[in-house]
Design a binder for this molecule. Sequence first.
Ligand code: DGI
Ligand code: FE
Ligand code: FE
Length: 190
Amino acid sequence: MDLQQVRNDLQQRLPQERYEHVNRVTATAMELAEEVGVSVGNAEIAGLFHDYAKFMDKDELHELLKQDKEYELYSQYHSELWHAPVGAILAKERYGVEDQDVLQAIRFHTTGRAGMSPLEKVIYVADLIEPGRKFPGIEELRNRIAGRSLDDQMTECIQHTVKFLVHQYAVIFPYSFDCYNEHVRRRKEQ
Ligand code: DGI
Ligand code: FE
Ligand code: FE
């Protein structure tokens, strides 16, 4: 796959700020992948595609989502979540990405899930903590995860997201809870 072509396509599709976020997520994911022994090449591809569908309009996302095996589930939740499965659909369709782990990393980058692979966790964590992210508590989160195992980093990140969503009274996708429960349970068993 011609990654330069993917980058050009992303630059056309996304506003500049979002394109820069994608580049920072990709660089962060590649560094983390190297540290934890995950394929750096897969981290690059998943990082580049993770927000590929982020700026499609809701109707277009909905139309593409109909191809998804979990359409019934996703369609009951906020449209903000749809860019993740649709990104995986388009990476496969338009760029021939076939690696299931890469596709799952794109697919679950917003919600997480129980049973995430190391690559999925790398993308999830990188998306949340890339150096351009600004939200209350980001510095504390970065400090808490520094030097920790990938599972501990993922635990902190999913806890942060669930806490944030609860605070907003957001309706939370069940996989996010599954992910949170699995990680908290693992920690208690340690
Ligand atoms: O695409 P990004 O902005 O880089 O980040 P993202 O894909 O992780 O999250 C996109 C948005 O989705 C973010 O504002 C938080 C929101 N979100 C994540 N999980 C849930 C959610 N919103 C709802 N309503 N429910 C969720 O479970
Ligand atoms: Fe996203
Ligand atoms: Fe993102």
